[in-house]
Design a protein around this ligand. Sequence first.
Ligand SMILES: *Cc1c(COP(=O)(O)O)cnc(C)c1O
Length: 472
Amino acid sequence: MHAVNSHNRDIAALLNAAAQRAGRFLEQLPSRSVAPSPAAIARLARLDGPLPEGPMDPTEVLRALDEYGSPATIASAGGRYFGFVIGGALPASLAANWLVSAWDQNAGLRATSPVAAAIEDIALRWLLELLRLPKDAAVAFVTGATVASFTALAAARHALLGRLGWDVERQGLWGAPRLRVLVSDEVHVSVLKALSLLGLGRDAHEVLPVDKQGRIREDLLPKLDDRTIICIQAGNVNTGAFDPARVICEAARNAGAWVHVDGAFGLWARGAPSLAALTDGLETADSWALDGHKWLNVPYDSGIAIVRSEPDHRAAMTCSAAYLGSSNGREPYHYTPELSRRARAVDVWAALKSLGRSGVADLIEQSCAQARVVAAGLRAAGFNVLNEVVLNQILVSFGEADVTHEIVTEIQHEGTCWCGATVWQGHTAMRISISGWATTNDDIERSLGAITSTAARILEERQKTTRRTVAG
Ligand SMILES: *Cc1c(COP(=O)(O)O)cnc(C)c1O
């Protein structure tokens, strides 16, 4: 008994040490460079060495991790990281994530974690209500939007082949009727990966043309039929644009086709009343994929798959064995690719509990308002904003591709903020994504200042070089 108690005291002390180190890390975020220094990355070698022959004091393990690991992080949890589409971690959600790790629950079965199963029930109900999606849709808590699309498209594959008399889970795709997959010219690579994992082929689809913002051209929509899966987007990763969901879903419904929505970050816009027009009609699709770890600001990793037809979702994902038992409630493992699994829904539950409906709306609207400020500031400085800033994504070009690349690299190096490069319909651009709860208006001003002054300096240096070359 004594030994156990002292063991628990040691763990509490260790976790307190972890909390202190994490607290210091978070406190430094507002003042540190967003990118780690090359020296900090080089020091990661100190974590290496031969496989330890014996045990080490956990306090020392933690110390090494913090001393060499923390400085080599990208400060994406802070307010001035604008790369890809990456949210931070809301305080309540981060704290819940820690507690979940202490619980160490296997969230696959109700029997292995009644608490995880109960919280999934609540979180999924809240999500469907917040996103205004069908109340009886099925929901799965997975690792990210890639796996969420995989899960949802497995349900689509089941449903469409099932109607043709084919049981794909039992028979596989050997000799199955051919399905038709339509994706936008702007499809996210993760949807193609999901299609390839499902045996539907990464390149075996038809491509739908898009307009200048990357939206599917509804006037060029081909005739749909009941063998067709059509993948649309809520939130283009470059422009933030939304495909015309209402028109596409209506055509699909009439034809018996299945509409899958990749809404990794954009679907959260349904939590903001001011964006209702943009997200109109998405509720009439058949399945949706989104990420908790993006705009909801849940720690990694957190993806969510939602399928209108619960039986199709369950049939595609279920696995049954006598030893797994059964219960009266919803069994989480019937809906996910995984069996054993972390209690991910708890982080989502904590985010929704701490923000509430108005908090989610404020978070989304804050990011969009900040995006408009950044776009206006870039335009005022004479730079070319390539997209209509309808959401949280901004594309800016500084001229030729190599100039834009040089400026992006220099901005990352300068450290005030972090933005990446992309190619938008043939034009190289810097992409700015504002998705973090922690981004303040001051962060926006500082970052905008750093971007415009860095760009101006590089452009001036280039001009001087050109003049010298011409003179020489
Ligand atoms: C991020 C993103 C994905 C992939 O999500 P993961 O969480 O990385 O799997 C898919 N689609 C869009 C539009 C995204 O922004």
